[in-house]
Design a binder for this molecule. Structure first.
Ligand code: TXA
Ligand code: MG
Length: 494
């Protein structure tokens, strides 16, 4: 099939309207995502939409109208809540599910006796619908399973040769599909959100002055069927909106969502990216802060499509707070990732206890300053002494040793004039392996051979710069294990 590429000129919109009247298919812009339109009252035209998209035929279409009056043509129901919502949100990114009149073909409603109706705000969309003179059934203009299209280029990528025309309009401002609300319960029942969007439950609730329910399936993370990539439906997951049963928005890359405290999430993503890149895999990172919910909504699908274009192997994304628009974005993001979520918890910082007598006081202070600047990820616990007045080194060596042996600190550093006395004191504590070192090589071996958990340094015998290098060596060297382990076990038993 030859696909006409059209502009948003009046002349081209008239051409597109004529195609719709003849039963053809036209991709067109809306404020949410691009739609693939057909005459909603023409069953053959609607069947062609299912075919062009490769969409399961039980997944109903949203019927788009150009004026609010158009609703009366499709349903007999008109409630106070419907009127309030229409007045407040239409034209705009909200769809109402209502009982369908008989003139709505059941192929349009996926066999249901209800119909989903929306009046878009995009000017081109409205002109097209009004000019065509028919209600326009339009799912998102993507191949089934692909991310929804938010620019005309996305429609060209998916539908060239499969539809009669594509209107090249503006990029979509909302970026995620409309909020779908079940209004069939009437004024006595709370409306139920079947698909969250930019018009949030909180906003609808404010407009109606009453509670709004969420379809329970929106709060579930279903099991995924590995064979089809679709969620497993059944007792646990039974969405009212048929579209929610199918694999959605899937990029070609594997995708993982990291969820948890922001800093920890960003660090986890950074580490994973480094690991994957070291294996030669192409990685893309998608992160938004919670103050960028609308931006995330606008860009998310386009980012997924760009990843596909770039040949990305793995997408690492951070979760938004599931509140307001963030809830709607996460509804899409979870599906894109096939619910592949990693929960990240706040990392415990490594804690090093440090102690000295008056002779090691200066070096202790230098080491603390060095860690503050170079290792913000490590916490230092200063056990004293806190000035240069004369004190007894055994007390400080013992205190540091006990802090490490009890597990209150991961490692320890002790300083006195030579490091000798305080190391002897620390080693009196069971479980402590304190090593006095005066060179980087000794620091290396202190870890590799002896797995020293406390390092002793001399304030009068070692310059601060040299001490820093020894500490770095000790921290970064791995314990060799093997026969060395057998010997450190013997030490621990003494
Ligand atoms: O923003 C949008 O709504 C876009 C633009 C083009 O307007 N359209 C769109 O359509 O997203 P589509 O087909 O991709 O998604 C329609 C959703 C599906 O989840 C479908 O199951 C649900 O609406 N739906 C349609 N009719 C329904 C009905 N009668 N009862 C329950 N859910 C219905
Ligand atoms: Mg869709």
């Amino acid at each position: 099939m030859e696909t006409l590429i059209l502009s948003t000129s009046e002349e081209d919109i008239e051409k597109a309207a004529e195609i719709l009247r003849r039963g053809g298919l036209v991709a067109f812009p809306t404020e949410t995502v691009y739609g693939l339109g057909a005459n909603a009252l023409d069953p053959d035209a609607v069947k062609r939409v299912y075919l062009a998209k490769g969409r399961p035929s039980d997944n109903p279409m949203i019927v788009h109208i150009g004026e609010k009056d158009g609703l009366r043509e499709l349903t007999d129901l008109m409630t106070r809540d419907m009127e309030l919502l229409m007045d407040a949100v239409w034209p705009g990114p909200m769809t109402m599910v209502v009982p369908a009149k008989d003139i709505v073909p059941r192929v349009t409603t996926g066999g249901l006796d209800t119909v989903a109706v929306r009046m878009p705000s995009d000017e081109t969309a409205r002109q097209l619908i009004i000019q065509s003179g028919v209600p326009v059934a339009a799912p998102s203009a993507n191949l089934s399973g692909h991310p929804s299209p938010t620019t005309y280029r996305h429609c060209i990528d998916d539908l060239m040769g499969r539809v009669d025309a594509i209107i090249c309009g503006k990029d979509c401002q909302v970026g995620i599909e409309s909020t779908v609300i079940d209004m069939t319960g009437g004024d006595d029942c709370p409306p139920v959100i079947l698909r969250p969007g930019i018009v949030t439950a909180e906003r609808i609730s404010r407009i109606l002055g009453k509670e709004v329910f969420l379809d329970p399936s929106l709060l579930k993370k279903p099991e995924m069927d590995p064979a089809t990539g679709n969620p497993v439906t059944g007792q646990d997951f039974r969405p009212k909106s048929p579209g929610m049963k199918y694999k959605h928005y899937a990029p070609q890359a594997e995708m993982t969502i990291f969820r948890g405290p922001r800093e920890a999430v960003l660090r986890a993503i950074g580490r994973r990216r480094d690991e994957l890149e070291a294996q030669g895999r192409k990685v893309a990172v998608i992160t938004y802060s919670d103050s960028e919910q609308e931006v995330a909504a606008r860009e998310f699908f386009a980012r997924l499509r760009q990843c596909d274009k770039d040949g990305t192997d793995v997408i690492l994304a951070s979760a938004l707070k599931e509140e307001g628009v963030g809830f709607s974005v996460m509804n899409r993001m979870f599906k894109s990732a096939g619910y592949n979520i990693e929960d990240v918890t706040e990392e415990k910082k490594m804690l090093i206890a440090i102690a000295s007598d008056h002779g090691g006081f200066g070096l202790k202070e230098s080491i603390k300053a060095y860690f503050g600047e170079k290792h913000p990820e490590i916490e230092m616990k200063d056990l004293g002494t806190f000035n240069e007045e004369s004190v007894d080194y055994p007390l400080y060596g013992k205190l540091c040793g006990e802090t490490v042996a009890s597990g209150a600190a991961d490692l320890g550093i002790v300083c006195c004039g030579t490091g000798i006395g305080i190391s002897i004191a620390a080693n009196k504590v069971k479980g402590v392996r304190c090593a006095l070192v005066t060179s980087v090589e000794m620091a290396h071996l202190a870890k590799e051979h002896n797995n020293a958990n406390v390092l002793a340094l001399g304030g009068r015998t070692t310059e601060p710069e040299a001490a820093f290098s020894m500490i770095e060596e000790w921290l970064t060297t791995e314990f060799a294990g093997g026969r060395h382990k057998r010997r450190t076990d013997l030490l621990d038993d003494m």
